[in-house]
Design a protein around this ligand. Structure first.
Ligand code: TXA
Ligand code: MG
Length: 336
């Protein structure tokens, strides 16, 4: 393991943003909040800095990173947009959409960041703070979600500190993430637009702009190089489409609580009123809370109620399926 460093906590004021941009420019690792989740950023043109991201997260090197930009013009200087990609950028950027496009021969992004692929994933994130920081850096910033590989993605600066504190140089505290789920990843490099990862922008909304999108394989079959079946995994096992919690289970609820719910049941309701945006924003905090508190109480699992599969529900279901998937032995008892 790399030696421990002191992780600076930076406020989202001018001094904090300047410091974050300066550190990134020096090849250091800085986590920052976007509208989706917190990312762990590094100068995407600096192979040593990018290598340090993989090391800090224990992320397999075959899983490429998303390059983040302050605007579409900067993104399209590195990756070549189709007409559909330009239309999507007009409608959804800044926002929770990542586009996989042919990487330009002139691209400055290092090969390690895109795992040697001929494509590059690009995104213009929402949030004034992060875009101001990106503008100051003036180079593409590679950023995976700021969690140890295989764990639950962070939606607050505290989550990042819990998972990566001591392993990264700084965290720019941009407050809690509004969307709470990662961006939608759409492959536009081939003939047919293909959904690689459902996320913060629904496929229905994308199809209104560009027409039919090929849906991804069911969770469990990796579509994107990084889409390992087990992901977003709390340490307690997750049971899907549960009608209610068993005696020793915590309950991840959606909508009205089942009548069988006992007074002492540990409950996190994603959205009592059944709102999918609210549920998305509360998902990762809920998994963390039920996992931490559930283990403290000696519970044996998390029962997750059924979520509809339209709109953001597709992405929520995808994350829950991955949280419930059989996982590599080394993650079974992982914490954080
Ligand atoms: O919302 C988000 O997307 C966050 C914030 C920080 O922007 N980032 C994020 O990054 O979730 P990460 O690394 O956890 O997920 C990126 C996904 C992975 O599944 C990866 O395999 C896929 O995007 N990806 C990246 N580059 C790709 C490429 N060239 N072709 C196909 N898939 C790619
Ligand atoms: Mg991730």
């Amino acid at each position: 393991d790399p030696e421990r460093v002191t992780t600076e906590r930076l406020d989202a004021d001018t001094a904090g943003i300047v410091r974050a941009a300066h550190l990134l420019g020096q090849g250091r690792l800085v986590a920052f909040g976007t509208e989706t989740v917190y990312g762990l950023g590094a100068d995407a043109t600096d192979a040593r800095a990018v290598a340090a991201v993989f090391e800090a997260k224990h992320r397999p090197g075959f899983n490429p990173l998303i390059a983040h930009f302050t605007d579409a013009e900067a993104a399209f200087a590195e990756a070549e947009p189709s007409n559909l990609a330009r239309r999507l950028a007009d409608v959804f950027w800044p926002g929770a959409l990542t586009m996989v496009l042919p990487r330009r021969a002139s691209s400055t992004v290092c090969a390690l960041a895109c795992a040697g692929l001929p494509t590059l994933a690009v995104r213009v994130p929402g949030g004034e703070t992060v875009r101001e920081m990106l503008r100051m850096v003036g180079r593409p910033v590679a950023a995976p979600s700021a969690n140890p590989s295989g764990g639950v993605s962070p939606s607050t600066a505290d989550h990042v500190m819990a998972g990566l504190g001591g392993r990264i140089d700084a965290i720019l505290d941009c407050g809690p993430c509004g969307v709470g789920l990662e961006s939608t990843v759409l492959d536009l490099a081939g003939d047919t637009p293909t959904l690689l990862r459902p996320g913060g922008i629904s496929v229905e909304a994308i199809e209104l702009v560009i027409g039919p999108v090929r849906r991804l394989a069911p969770a469990g079959l990796p579509a994107s190089p990084g889409m390992l079946a087990s992901h977003y995994a709390p340490s307690l096992p997750v049971r899907l489409d549960a009608a209610g919690a068993g005696h020793m289970e915590a309950l991840l609820a959606f909508g009205p609580l089942p009548g069988t719910t006992r007074q002492q049941t540990l409950v996190w309701n994603l959205s009592p009123g059944g709102d999918l945006h609210e549920a998305a924003a509360r998902l990762f905090s809920g998994l963390r809370h039920l996992d931490d508190e559930g283990r403290r109480r000696g519970l044996t699992g998390i029962a997750a109620m059924s979520i509809p599969s339209d709109g953001l529900g597709l992405a929520i279901r995808d994350r829950l399926q991955r949280a419930a998937a059989p996982r590599p032995r080394h993650l079974r008892h992982a914490t954080g």
